[in-house]
Design a protein around this ligand. Structure first.
Ligand SMILES: CC(C)(COP(=O)(O)OP(=O)(O)OC[C@H]1O[C@@H](n2cnc3c(N)ncnc32)[C@H](O)[C@@H]1OP(=O)(O)O)[C@@H](O)C(=O)NCCC(=O)NCCS
Length: 148
């Protein structure tokens, strides 16, 4: 059974553990705690048979939604979990009346770029040397709701 729920303190540790497994520069536990406390942050977890296998979050900045983070448990990638989570953020952004969703992604991160493209995001620019460990450009992507 699949459930997508807002992230709560109860699942913070599992979310943090998945973060550590997914990124070369993972967020700290404290960053997740701060995101939970921020009224403009909206984080969701995806549970399969009550086990956390993915999460995604966005921050509403004025009328823009920024995808801050998304990760799926390696054992469950390529099964549409990421797509369900980004769709949840798109629904929430529309519900909040935002103009669209934007994000940065490592230029080498083909799975993530393909995921975003499959949901209508387009490449609008580059942030030179945006990422470290390893140093890499960030691609800026946008999904403007007026275009869809
Ligand atoms: C990026 C990530 C979240 C994708 O999650 P996922 O659950 O595997 O993605 P989905 O199965 O929903 O795939 C959705 C679409 O993305 C694309 N995609 C996913 N994995 C892909 C891969 N390895 N290669 C190419 N395209 C891929 C496909 O277009 C796919 O659509 P399709 O299945 O209809 O062809 C996952 O790979 C991950 O956790 N990566 C590590 C963390 C990360 O890089 N986060 C992104 C930060 S910007």
């Amino acid at each position: 059974m699949i459930d997508i729920l807002p992230l709560t303190e109860e699942y913070l540790e599992e979310t943090y553990q998945l973060e550590k497994l997914s990124f070369s520069e993972p967020w700290s536990r404290m960053t997740f705690i701060k995101e939970l406390e921020n009224p403009h942050s909206h984080y969701y977890i995806l549970l399969k048979d009550e086990k956390l296998i993915g999460y995604a979050g966005m921050l509403a900045v004025l009328d823009e939604g920024h995808i801050m983070n998304i990760a799926v448990d390696r054992a469950f990638r390529g099964q549409g979990v990421g797509k369900q989570l980004v769709n949840t953020l798109l629904d929430k952004a529309r519900q909040l009346g935002l103009i669209g969703l934007t994000l940065e992604v490592r230029s080498s991160n083909r799975p993530a770029i393909s995921l975003y493209e499959s949901l209508g995001f387009v490449n609008v620019g580059i942030r030179k040397d945006y990422y470290h460990y390893p140093l890499e450009d960030g691609i800026i992507m946008w999904n403007y709701f007026a275009d869809s």
